[in-house]
Design a protein around this ligand. Structure first.
Ligand code: DI6
Ligand code: FE
Length: 401
C-alpha cells in the first residue's frame, strides 16, 4: 500500500542533524520511506491512501538503545535503604544489588518474566518507542540467560516493536563462582556465548567493566570471543570509576560504550576514531544521585556521537519513560533538545548497529515514525512524563492502541 502522510512538519534527524521540513509530505510503501520532502515538490500519481496528520510534528520512531527490561522482582526495598544513606556499592557488597535480582530472576518462569517485562515495555512504547534494546544479565548461568534471551525474542515477536537482544552474561559474578571470576569469564567464553549465539538468541555482547564487576582484561577476553563468533560488542564503562573501558571498547570497534561519567578526554578521542557511540544514561545518574557529570565538552569537541537511553533496570534506573530521559539529558547533562533528540533517534540506531536502516526519516529507511501533537520538537524534552497525544507508524502502518 502506497501511503501519503501529509499536513505535518518533519524533524528528519539524518546523520543525527536536526533539520526541519515545514509543510512536509512522506510517502511510504512496502514498510519503507519512498519519498520525503516539502509538499509542493510532491508529484506522485500512484498514491493509494492519504493520511492527514493535522499539522503534527513528525520525528523518527524513538529508540531506547540500552535497557535491562526483563528481570524478576524489584528493588524498591533497596531504594529505601539508599535513602537512609547506604550506598549502591555497600548494598552490592552485602549480597543485595544485582545479586538479589539474579535470585528473583532465576526463580521466575519464562512466562512470569514475559508478563512483567511486557508491562514495562508497553510503558516505554507509550512514549513513541519503536525500537528497543534489551540485555540479559540477571540469569548468569546458561539456562537462566537463555530464559531471558528467549523472553526478549518473544517480546520482539509479539509486539509491534523492533527488539535487539544483547547478551550481558558478564554483568556480575554469580554466587556459584564467588572468588573465581576468571573461571566465570572462561565459562562465558567457552560455554555460554557459543551456545546462545548458535541458538540465534544474541545480536550483540555487552559486559560491565567496573571495579565491582569485571576488569578490562576480563572484558577483553569476552570481546575476543564475541568477535570470533561474529557478534558486535558494547560496554558498560566508566560509570563509577575510570578504568579506560571505553578506550578498550573503541579498540574492539564497539557499537557503543555506555554510562561514561568517569571517562577521560583520551577515551573520547579513541571512541570518536572508532565510531563508538557514547550512550549516556541520565536516569541512573539521577537515581544514584551521582555528582560526576559525563564530560560533555570533550565528547562534543571530538565529535563523539551521543545517544540517550533509559537503562531501565530494577537497581539503578527504574525508568519507564524515554521522554523523561530526554528531559534529564537536558537538565542534568546540559544537552540541547536537538542533541537529545538525535540521541534517541539516529545515534541510538547507530548504537544498535541499525544506523543504516533506522533512526532518521530518509528515503529507503524503515518507515517508523511518530506524529506528535506538539508545538515544537523541544516539547518532547520539556514535559516531565505524562502521555503526549501522538500517532505511531511502524513499517508504514499506523498502530492502534
Ligand atoms: N550498570 C547499571 O547501572 C546496571 N547494570 C550495570 O551494569 C545496574 C543493574 C542493577 O543494579 O540491577
Ligand atoms: Fe545498564
Amino acid at each position: 500500500m502506497k501511503t501519503l502522510w501529509h499536513n505535518c512538519h518533519v524533524a528528519r534527524m539524518a546523520q543525527g542533524v536536526y533539520s526541519v521540513i515545514d509543510d512536509a509530505a512522506i510517502i511510504t510503501a512496502g514498510g519503507r520511506i519512498e519519498w520525503i520532502g516539502p509538499r509542493q515538490a510532491l508529484s506522485d500519481p500512484g498514491i493509494e491512501q492519504r493520511v492527514d496528520l493535522g499539522g503534527a510534528w513528525v520525528t523518527p520512531g524513538l529508540i531506547d538503545c540500552h535497557t535491562h527490561a526483563v528481570f524478576g522482582g524489584n528493588r524498591s526495598g533497596e531504594f529505601e535503604q539508599r535513602l537512609q544513606g547506604v550506598s549502591y556499592a555497600e548494598i552490592a557488597a552485602q549480597g543485595g544489588g544485582i545479586a538479589s535480582t539474579v535470585r528473583a530472576t532465576r526463580a521466575a518462569s519464562e512466562d512470569e518474566l514475559y508478563s512483567s517485562a511486557l508491562r514495562r515495555v508497553r510503558a516505554l512504547m507509550r512514549d513513541g518507542v519503536t525500537t528497543l534494546e534489551i540485555k540479559s544479565g540477571y540469569g548468569l548461568d546458561l539456562d537462566s540467560e537463555r530464559k531471558l534471551l528467549k523472553v526478549i525474542r518473544r517480546l520482539g515477536e509479539s509486539l509491534p516493536l523492533t527488539v535487539r537482544a544483547t547478551c550481558l552474561a558478564a554483568h556480575a559474578l554469580p554466587p556459584e563462582y564467588a572468588g573465581r571470576s576468571d573461571d566465570y569469564i572462561e565459562h562465558i567464553c567457552e560455554v555460554m556465548l557459543p551456545a546462545l549465539a548458535a541458538e540465534g538468541l544474541v545480536d550483540a555482547v555487552d559486559a560491565f567493566c567496573e571495579y565491582l564487576a569485571f576488569s578490562p582484561a576480563q572484558v577483553e577476553r569476552v570481546f575476543i570471543k564475541a568477535q570470533a563468533l561474529g557478534l558486535p560488542v558494547k560496554l558498560h564503562a566508566e560509570q563509577l570509576s575510570s578504568l579506560a573501558g571505553s578506550s578498550l571498547a573503541a579498540r574492539y570497534q564497539a557499537l557503543s560504550a555506555d554510562h561514561l561519567e568517569f571517562m577521560t578526554e583520551d577515551d573520547a578521542i579513541a571512541m570518536a576514531a572508532a565510531g563508538t557511540v557514547a550512550v549516556l544514561l541520565p536516569g541512573a545518574f539521577y537515581f544514584l544521585r551521582e555528582t560526576q557529570l559525563p564530560p560533555m565538552d570533550a565528547l562534543r569537541k571530538h565529535g563523539v556521537k551521543i545517544a540517550i537511553a533509559s537503562d531501565l533496570n530494577p537497581g539503578t534506573s527504574p525508568a519507564l519513560s524515554l521522554r523523561l530521559m530526554l528531559n534529564m539529558a537536558c537538565t542534568l547533562f546540559r544537552m540541547t533538545p536537538e542533541e537529545a533528540l538525535a540521541g534517541v533517534t539516529q545515534h541510538a540506531a547507530t548504537a544498535l548497529g541499525l544506523g543504516d536502516s533506522h533512526g532518521s526519516l530518509e528515503v529507503g529507511k524503515v518507515a517508523d515514525f511518530v506524529a506528535w501533537d506538539i508545538e515544537r520538537p523541544a516539547d518532547l524534552c520539556y514535559w516531565l512524563g505524562g502521555d503526549l497525544d501522538k500517532r505511531v507508524v511502524r513499517h508504514g502502518v499506523e498502530l492502534t492502541d
